[in-house]
Design a protein around this ligand. Structure first.
Ligand code: GH3
Ligand code: MG
Ligand code: MG
Length: 354
């Protein structure tokens, strides 16, 4: 599912890239067509000017009392000027015909032959100018049409690219939130006990030092209690491991409902639980534990050891103190609570020294 989402994003990214490249191509082609039309238009104007001047010089050359050589030189320059422009084959042929007629006039400068020799040059010159003008017009029209096409094309490309980009952003945001959700699930899996649903030992190890620091800063008491089910092995042996699992889960869930939101109930391991109780002294913790006892299903009992934080101990030391109190509760008969520092005196078995 996540891979399909990624593939979609990849495809959309590629589509956006192709669209942008196509847009850039259209833009550059439109610019080029515009530039071509401008060059041709400029040349067409230059040709019109040169054609007009050549026409005047041809007329002058045709006049019988004109000195042929002095009229031919500027005419030749004009024709060279026209030859320097971009001409088609047919246009160049017209120009060649005019040049040859002028050359013949130069070779035979007799005034009476000039009109005959130059006959047709006017028509050719006009044909040349008209041809270039037609070409310019059709190129300008094509460039105009292409620019319109490019404009609409660019508009379409922009809309498509924007749509693609928005879809991409929406997809990326969906993927991101799916990742966040998955991370949350992973975090929960890493810190929650799968059987009972309460936090596990790892979370307890992370939380307790933070709770101690907060208690120190805000100056309230903090108590830790260790709870261990009595003779639970026997329960399992009699009722089966599955029934034992159900009991553990039900006990943890009903205990949790009795706690404040700021209290922490953790499964320390096996059938042993830890309570972290901020703003709670040893007596209040004792009372709370007495309220938890009747919630235990199947009349199962448990023993508890309580340690009030001294304000100096570290988390590990505090847990150890509560564990020692729990051991005392077990030793003194189980199904009871012992507060560290208030352990009951246990009669040691008599050792008979022989
Ligand atoms: P004590 O009063 O001294 O604590 O006796 P106990 O039998 O409870 O203690 P012991 O350490 O001998 O045995 C703990 C038992 O807890 C053994 C094990 O079968 C049971 N236990 C630990 N974890 C689980 C669990 O996840 N599910 C079940 N059903 N039983 C568990
Ligand atoms: Mg036990
Ligand atoms: Mg145990």
């Amino acid at each position: 599912m996540r891979q399909t989402g990624f593939a979609h994003q990849l495809w959309l990214g590629l589509v956006a890239l192709v669209l942008v490249l196509f847009g850039a191509f259209l833009f550059s082609r439109a610019l080029q067509a515009d530039e071509d039309a401008r060059v041709l238009y400029r040349e067409s104007l230059a040709l019109a000017q040169a054609g007009f001047e050549a026409q005047l010089l041809l007329n002058e050359l045709r006049t019988p009392n004109t000195d042929a050589r002095s009229a031919i030189a500027p005419l030749r320059r004009k024709l060279d000027e026209i030859g320097g422009l971009h001409l088609t084959g047919a246009e160049r042929q017209d120009l060649g015909d005019i040049e040859r007629a002028v050359e013949a006039t130069e070779l035979d400068p007799a005034a009476q032959h000039r009109a005959t020799l130059l006959q047709g040059s006017d028509r050719r010159l006009l044909a040349l100018v008209t041809s270039v003008r037609d070409r310019t017009e059709s190129t300008a029209t094509a460039a105009h049409r292409f620019r319109d096409f490019a404009l609409y094309g660019l508009l379409a490309v922009t809309v498509l690219t924007l749509t693609t980009a928005l879809t991409l952003v929406a997809l990326a945001m969906r993927t991101l939130s799916a990742h966040r959700e998955r991370l949350g699930e992973l975090d929960q899996m890493a810190h929650e006990d799968a059987l009972t649903g309460v936090v596990n030992r790892r979370r307890l190890d992370e939380t307790l030092p933070i709770e101690l620091a907060r208690a120190q800063r805000l100056g309230y008491p903090l108590t830790v209690a260790m709870l261990d089910l009595d003779f639970f092995k026997r329960f399992n042996d009699r009722r089966g491991h599955g029934a034992g699992d159900v009991l553990l889960r039900e006990a943890a869930q009903s205990w949790r409902r009795q706690l404040r939101p700021t209290d922490v109930l953790a499964r320390y391991g096996g059938e042993e639980f830890t309570l972290v109780l901020p703003s709670c002294d040893a007596e209040q913790a004792e009372q709370l534990i007495e309220r938890l006892r009747p919630l235990m299903p199947e009349r199962q009992t448990f023993s508890a050891g309580i340690a009030l934080w001294s304000g100096q101990d570290g988390a590990e030391e505090l847990l150890r103190t509560a564990d020692i109190a729990l051991l005392q509760a077990k030793r003194s008969g189980r199904n009871r609570t012992v507060v560290a520092g208030r352990e009951p005196q246990i009669a040691l078995p008599l050792r008979v020294v022989s």
